[in-house]
Design a binder for this molecule. Structure first.
Ligand code: ADP
Length: 514
């Protein structure tokens, strides 16, 4: 133990020995994995070494005392709190013990002050540095943990993910990619990160990728075609977001890439199918138009010679061209009847509305009350001749529909003359018409022969006539109801039939009010 403020050279040797020991302990500790106590040995040995140096240098007057800070700082940086405390205690003993054991006058008062100051510095610096280091270590661990979590989420994400610098160009490349993106593009991580964007994006879609990416303030979504290693196209839905660190610095772009090849191919196939269907519909429409025009023009061409033939046949039958035998005039009359029938068919063909889905040619407000009255006039005589009871309840005084009065009258006359035609002598025909809030409703009932369920499905087809007993023929072309249906549809209305064979029929016409 030192006993004087006078330097004592014999302590140099002890100090040197302790310092050598300290260096050796430090070397062993840092040479490989070793026990914790071995790591604490070197700084602990510095404490007696400092005491030896002080004794050699004159104890209280020696500046070596401040070397006692070193073990405390070392433990604060790398050791545990109790080792910090141990180094403070050791340092304090080194400066205090000589004062206590030897005391004044060999130790002047300045020795106490120096010792107290050193102890205060040790007790302050040690815990403070230790605390700072612990906080820094905790923050580092938190940052490492969140970085590890991010990596795990990023790498295990089921969709493709990648990071790029904030400003992307055609020759930029990803600096981080995940497994899903590698699988999607058939490349490994290193290869994908070494390729410029232009190498993995279809040429035409590259501007979309870059322009949208340049606008980094908004998050964006778009679809582009990427290129698989094999050369096949991968349709991808891409969304991207801007990432920054906690201080809003070091911006990067995070890309999320979803493979939508299956969906895109289905969409394209659907679009192709739609185009095909549109073309087919257009072809059908053209064919229908051509067919209707053909029928109309043939009918027109037939009309002129037919009218002439009919005129001559009637003149022949009437004897205007000289007297005929009874057989000759009967034959001429048959020819005239057949020509009349033919002429009726041609007339119906010419007047058949073109295409059931097109609107009427002339559109004007139509007073349906008046149209019904006019139509009834046309069939009244026919009905009277058959001695039928014709009952009319026309409550359509204020009913106006939008359409063509001529066509509407034609539809009504067809329905009414059918009712009269297919109802036997002495039968009844009843017409009832009214309007509700949105429609005019005209029903035409008869007590005629009725229509079978099968025939009800077909009577609105062109040229369809229900099969009938050849002993009771009824004139007709099978076009009347087809015309009614076409006109009704053109006016946005509906025509329906209810009937029981032998019990008569009810036709109901509904037309939207103006
Ligand atoms: P047409 O009367 O010239 O034969 P339509 O198209 O007017 O042609 O009628 C088609 C078929 O519907 C008729 O042949 C007939 O069998 C049946 N039909 C139409 N109206 C009635 C009715 N009121 N009663 C019974 N059958 C009818």
């Amino acid at each position: 133990m030192p006993h004087s403020t006078v330097p004592d050279g014999s302590w140099w040797l002890a100090a040197l020995g302790l310092l050598v020991l300290m260096v050796l302990a430090g070397a062993v500790a840092s040479s490989g994995p070793s026990e914790h106590w071995l790591h604490t040995l070197a700084p602990l040995l510095l404490i007696p070494a400092v005491q030896a140096l002080r004794a050699a240098d004159g104890n209280a007057l020696s500046g070596f005392a401040y070397m006692l800070l070193l073990p405390t700082i070392w433990f604060a940086l790398y050791g545990r709190l109790r080792e910090v405390a141990l180094s403070i205690l050791g340092g304090s003993l080194v400066v205090i013990l000589p004062l206590i054991l030897i005391g004044a006058p060999r130790y002047p008062a300045v020795g106490w002050r120096g010792a107290a100051l050193l102890i205060i510095v040790l007790a302050t610096v040690g815990p403070l540095v230790h605390n700072l280091v612990a906080t820094a270590r905790e923050q580092t661990m938190t940052a490492e943990l969140s970085s590890a979590r991010f990596r795990a989420v990023f790498d295990d994400a089921p969709v493709g993910m990648a990071l790029t610098p904030e400003h992307v160009r055609a020759d930029s490349s990803f600096f981080l990619v995940n497994t899903a993106l590698c699988a999607m593009l058939g490349r490994d991580h290193a290869e994908l990160m070494s390729l410029p964007l232009r190498a993995i994006c279809e040429h035409d879609d590259l501007p979309t990728l870059l322009i949208d990416a340049a606008d980094t303030e908004r998050s964006a979504q778009f679809e582009v075609r990427l290129r698989h290693r094999s050369g096949r196209t991968v349709w991808a839905a891409i969304s991207r977001a801007r990432l920054t660190d906690l201080r809003g610095q070091s911006p990067q772009i995070a890309w999320q890439v979803q493979d939508i090849t299956g969906r895109a191919e289905t969409d394209n196939a659907l679009l192709d199918a739609l185009d095909l269907e549109r073309a087919a519909t257009e072809r059908l429409r053209n064919a229908d138009r051509a067919r209707t025009e053909l029928v109309s023009s043939i009918s027109h061409d037939l009309r002129t010679p037919l009218t002439a033939a009919l005129g001559y046949a009637e003149m022949l039958a009437d004897g205007d061209m000289g007297a005929l035998s009874a057989q000759q005039s009967a034959t001429a009359a048959t020819i005239a009847r057949s020509l009349t029938k033919l002429s009726t068919i041609v007339g119906e063909l010419v007047n058949l509305p073109v295409g059931s889905d097109e609107r009427a040619v002339s559109v004007q407000p139509v007073d349906l009350h008046l149209v019904l009255e006019d139509s009834l006039h046309m069939v009244a005589i026919q009905s009277a001749l058959r001695d039928q009871q014709l009952t009319v309840t026309n409550n359509l005084q204020s009913a106006r529909v939008e359409g063509d009065p001529v066509l509407l009258e034609r539809a009504l006359v067809n329905l009414l003359s059918n009712a009269v035609k297919y109802t036997p002598v002495h039968g009844s025909v009843a017409v009832a018409a009214h309007a509700d809030a949105s429609h005019a409703i005209i029903s035409i009932s008869d007590t005629g022969e009725g229509i079978s369920a099968d025939d009800q499905l077909r009577i609105f087809d062109r040229f369809y006539r229900a099969p009938r007993d050849e002993h009771h023929p009824v004139n007709g072309t099978g076009l009347g109801l087809a015309i009614v249906k076409a006109i009704t549809t053109q006016h946005g209305g509906t025509i329906t039939v209810r009937s029981d064979p032998g019990q008569g029929s009810v036709f109901v016409l509904r037309l939207p009010l103006q």
